[in-house]
Design a protein around this ligand. Structure first.
Ligand SMILES: C[S@@+](CC[C@H](N)C(=O)[O-])C[C@H]1O[C@@H](n2cnc3c(N)ncnc32)[C@H](O)[C@@H]1O
Length: 242
């Protein structure tokens, strides 16, 4: 009711919700980490559980204690994760990427005013080459629903969120494997890769991290029913003279 300027608008909004549109698409925003994040039609609605990814990433930015940490959010969707990180942590250089033009437009609405940059494209492809070896924190809430399981998702998701935001391939790990495979090229010495996943998929994803030279650790939150695999990147080189 607070979001509808007139009674006619309220009726139209209720009709859209009753027809199955996610509440966040009806309102045009989602609450995420205490922020109001704009969510355009056809863009993935940020989930509460992803707040755990944000918390863990913010903790690691604090551990690194860089004067200005470089954070890359791959598969950024609305940009919710980056927006929450920029709000939680001072002096962050945030770069976000998404393959879906609607998500890129939406993420720009949420991130550019605070200084974040958003690039369209496939995972690492659009990142500026000067970021190679300079990324302190790589976060990704990439699609991880196995193709066959999409049909069992609530209608809000399967009918109103784009397939590209959900479909992780036969075992749900197709995109995450590519994220893990590319991380070492972009991470700074001692940097971290954090990928949201399910409890069931976490052991396999952790193995994938290890295969690509990252030291994996699985973190979970019972409160948020959330699981994140965290990989520590290559250790700082000694004796290189800085
Ligand atoms: C599960 S949604 C998560 C969005 C956002 N990170 C969040 O937590 O709200 C996954 C996002 O990944 C994007 N995506 C899928 N494949 C991609 C790829 N190959 N490169 C970049 N983005 C991709 C989709 O467009 C979608 O916005």
């Amino acid at each position: 009711m607070a979001a509808a300027p007139t009674a006619a608008d309220l009726t139209a909004m209720v009709d859209r919700r009753a027809a199955g549109l996610p509440l966040e698409h009806v309102l045009g925003w989602a609450e995420f980490c205490g922020l109001r994040v704009a969510v355009d039609p056809g863009v993935f609605v940020p989930r509460r559980r992803t707040e755990f990814l944000v918390r863990r990433a913010a903790d690691l930015v604090a551990v690194l204690a860089r004067p200005r940490a470089v954070v890359v959010d791959l598969c950024c969707g609305s940009g919710a994760v980056g927006a929450a990180l920029m709000s939680a942590v001072d002096r962050l250089e945030l770069i976000a990427v998404d393959i879906d033009p609607a998500a890129v437009r939406c993420a720009r609405r949420n991130l550019t005013a605070a200084g974040g940059r958003v690039y369209p494209g496939d995972l690492y492809d659009p990142l500026p080459p000067e970021l190679r070896g300079r990324v302190d924190i790589l976060v990704a809430n990439a699609p991880y629903v196995p193709t066959e399981a999409i049909g069992f998702m609530p209608p809000e998701a399967r009918d109103h969120e784009p397939r590209v935001a959900l479909d992780g391939g036969a075992d749900g790990l197709d995109i995450q494997r590519r994220v893990a495979a590319g991380a070492s090229r972009w991470l700074a010495a001692g940097g971290y890769l954090l990928v949201e996943t399910s409890e069931r998929q976490a052991p396999q994803l952790a193995e994938t991290f290890a295969r690509h030279g990252l030291i994996p650790q699985v973190a979970s939150s019972v409160e948020l029913t959330a699981t994140v695999v965290i990989g520590t990147g290559p250790a700082p080189q000694r004796g290189t003279g800085g």
